[in-house]
Structures are given as structure tokens and as C-alpha cells.
Design a protein around this ligand. Structure first.
Ligand SMILES: C[S@@+](CC[C@H](N)C(=O)[O-])C[C@H]1O[C@@H](n2cnc3c(N)ncnc32)[C@H](O)[C@@H]1O
Length: 378
């Protein structure tokens, strides 16, 4: 299903330019059309080659799981909850939910929601305790979904969020949670994006130019404004009265950087092939090919995955529970799945995490990322 929202569904790529590279992008100015009577806008829901798009989402999922080490953050305690209800909003291919279902007892009920469930497996092939349903998470939330879920997850809503404000989405999904239920929201934090080179002399000009090109396209198109809400997600949780807020940051292990970059480039390729007007699309495709060659020589983008977890207050609406409010600790790390016998939820069995309250003032996210990366590669 194509609609205005899905047309804005760019979920993966870093959208911030890393250079001021000037390219003749050939992008038509704002309000121009692509010749088919449609405004020029990117989309990751192509009507053809859906298999490439879904394969990319599924690969991205497995890389995400590998690099974070969990499906549900280990601080999410599912023990004691009988007849668990879990919702995945914006489920895409349903891959996260289906992967999670394998780790839970059949008494757990898992429901995927999306404005377009055509990328999910057919109903007949789903486990008996998994459903995929149509839902516009930005529309009015149906009352039958109020207070139903122990856990709601959102992942990769980067550009679905409007006006740089995740508030409307947050308010809506919070309605779905039971009091005390957990919200997990996972995104790439584009503000941490940096170009990483295996050797300093390597050129990254094409790789740097790709986001600059797309940024230029977005500016001219005028539909997508600044999207800098992601690093502030914990604060948004706090504003919306979630409690026990934790955030975890996961950079990509150096050896996985090329694989992760391939996912980003595939995303841009979809963008180029299906949406951009012919001229700009060709330019972007050329840049992507050159970026891919650079990548093979040892250049990639580093970017943290950010996972934020919070709980809905037990009483009197959100956040009035047991005083656990406030933006809690932030943890950093790479893989956490290396233990065997992963706990239900695909986690590493670490149990409830400490809310340290330590608020580290980093000079900049980029410096911080590089520090971690150096430590991991050392
Ligand atoms: C990149 S995809 C992420 C899919 C999945 N969460 C994952 O991590 O693999 C974003 C998904 O959000 C869905 N979406 C976009 N706008 C939505 C809305 N208003 N309500 C529900 N889902 C929406 C898209 O159809 C798409 O499947």
C-alpha cells in the first residue's frame, strides 16, 4: 500500500552530510514533479523489487540483533508476566516479532502493526500466537488496543516522525501499554555518524557525497525538515512521564562495518531507483557505486544504534508510579549475545539493569564514538 506516510519511510540511511561536498545533483527545485505528475519524494516502498527491500530489512534486523546482542533490552523483565502481550509497531516484514516469538512460550501473544502489512508473511504461515494487523500509529488509536500490552517496541521510525517531534507517536503507543508496561524504541543515531577509514590515506569522497546529495534533495523537496530528535529520545520519554528510563548505545564492530554500510547503500539505491527523477537518480547511483568501491578499500560509516527503554507508570496515568522517573543511565557496548542460553526475549540474561543516574557529559558524540571504536578495534 502506498500512501503519503509510507512515501516518507526512509528508515536506514544517515541523512546528515559529513562534508560540504558540492555536487551538481541535477535535483529539480521544490514543487517540481518527476514527470509522472507526482511530487519528487523518496520512498522505500517500491511497487517493484519488493524482495530487495524486504531482504534489506531482514538483513538489517539480523545485523541489529548481532550488534546489540538482544531483541529486547535485558532490563525488560518478562518473568512473572502471564499471558504476555507484545506489540511491534511499524513491524515492516515482521522479522523482529517472529524472531522474538521463537524465544517465548506459546502462551505469549505477539501482534505486529503497520500501515502496510503486505511485506509480512501470509497469515497462514504465522505461528498461532502471532498476528499482523493494519494500524496507522500516527492516527487515532483504536480503543480496543488501550492498555493491552506488556511491551511495545518501535524500531526505525526515523523519518516517519513528523516535524521533528516524536511526541504524537509516543502518546499513541503509550496508550497501548498496560500500566507498568515497557516501551522499547530503537533507532540509528545519525548524530553519531562518522566516516571511518582503515587507513588515513584512503579517500572517502564518494561516501561523504552520498548523504550530502540526499540532504540537498531533501532541502529542495522541502518535505523533510531537520530530524534531530533521536539523541533526545530519552528526554522525550521523560517528558511523556515514562519511568525507569534507560538508553543503550551500540556502535558497529569494525569487522561488521562493511556489511552495515552495504545496508545503508542498498537503502540509497532504492531511493535512487524508485523515487528520484531520472537525472538525480542516475547521479546518486553513480555515487553509490563509487562509494561501494571506496568501502571495499576500507572506508565506512560508523553510527551508533540507540535503544531507549522506559516504563509506563503503574497508577494515575503515565509516570506516577514508584518514583522511578527521570532520564536514567546510559550504557554503551557492542555485542551482548555472546553468552549461550540467551534468556527469553533473546537477551543476554543480565537481568534488571542498574539505573545509575550517572549523566556523562561527553564533549561530543563523535569523539565518544571514536573512543569506543578504538577500544573495540584494539
Ligand atoms: C524501516 S521500516 C522498519 C520496520 C521494522 N520496524 C524493522 O525494524 O525492521 C518502518 C516501517 O514503519 C511503517 N510505518 C510508516 N508509517 C507508519 C505509521 N504511521 N503507522 C504504522 N507503521 C508505519 C512502514 O510501513 C515500515 O514498515
Amino acid at each position: 500500500m502506498e500512501n503519503e506516510r509510507s512515501a516518507l519511510d526512509v528508515c536506514t540511511p544517515p541523512l546528515t552530510p559529513t562534508t560540504n561536498a558540492k555536487i551538481d545533483d541535477g535535483i529539480p527545485d521544490k514543487d517540481s514533479s518527476n514527470g509522472a505528475g507526482e511530487s519528487v519524494v523518496y520512498t522505500l516502498k517500491p511497487s517493484t523489487r519488493a524482495y530487495a527491500s524486504t531482504a534489506r530489512l531482514n538483513l538489517q534486523h539480523y545485523l541489529w540483533k548481532d550488534q546489540t546482542g538482544y531483541l529486547l533490552h535485558p532490563s525488560i523483565s518478562l518473568s512473572g508476566a502471564e499471558n504476555l502481550r507484545i506489540a511491534d509497531v511499524g513491524t515492516g516484514t515482521g522479522i523482529w516479532l517472529l524472531d522474538l516469538a521463537r524465544t517465548l512460550p506459546p502462551t505469549a501473544q505477539l501482534d505486529g502493526f503497520d500501515i502496510d502489512i503486505s511485506d509480512c508473511p501470509p497469515e497462514q504461515w504465522l505461528p498461532q500466537n502471532v498476528t499482523m494487523r493494519h494500524l496507522d500509529a500516527l492516527g487515532e488509536m483504536p480503543e480496543h488496543l488501550f492498555g493491552v500490552y506488556d511491551v511495545v517496541q518501535l524500531r526505525l521510525f526515523q523519518v516517519v516522525v513528523r516535524d521533528n517531534d516524536p511526541g504524537p507517536l509516543l502518546r499513541n503507543v503509550l496508550k497501548m501499554l498496560k500500566p507498568g508496561g515497557y516501551l522499547q524504541w530503537a533507532e540509528y543515531d545519525m548524530s553519531t555518524q562518522t566516516t571511518i577509514k582503515a587507513s588515513p590515506s584512503l579517500s572517502s569522497s564518494a561516501l561523504d557525497a552520498v548523504p550530502a546529495f540526499v540532504q540537498g534533495f531533501q532541502r529542495k523537496d522541502g518535505r523533510v525538515g531537520v530530524q534531530n530528535w533521536i539523541p533526545h529520545l530519552p528526554t522525550h520519554f521523560h517528558t511523556h512521564h515514562l519511568t525507569h528510563i534507560l538508553s543503550a548505545r551500540h556502535p558497529t564492530t569494525p569487522s561488521f562495518l562493511p556489511h552495515q554500510l552495504d545496508v545503508f547503500l542498498l537503502t540509497y539505491e532504492e531511493l535512487a531507483a524508485k523515487t528520484l527523477a531520472k537525472g538525480p537518480g542516475d547521479t546518486l547511483r553513480g555515487l553509490i557505486e563509487a562509494a561501494s568501491e571506496e568501502s571495499r578499500r576500507g572506508v565506512a560509516w560508523g553510527m551508533e544504534r540507540l535503544v531507549v527503554v522506559g516504563r509506563k507508570g503503574e497508577e494515575r496515568g503515565n509516570g506516577d508510579g514508584d518514583g522511578g522517573g527521570g532520564v536514567g543511565g546510559e550504557e554503551r557496548g557492542g555485542k551482548g549475545m555472546e553468552r549461550e542460553n540467551a534468556a527469553p526475549g533473546g537477551g543476554n540474561g543480565a537481568g534488571a539493569m542498574k539505573v545509575s543516574g550517572v549523566k556523562e557529559k561527553r564533549k561530543s558524540r563523535r569523539e565518544s564514538w571514536l573512543r569506543i571504536w578504538k577500544r573495540m578495534s584494539g
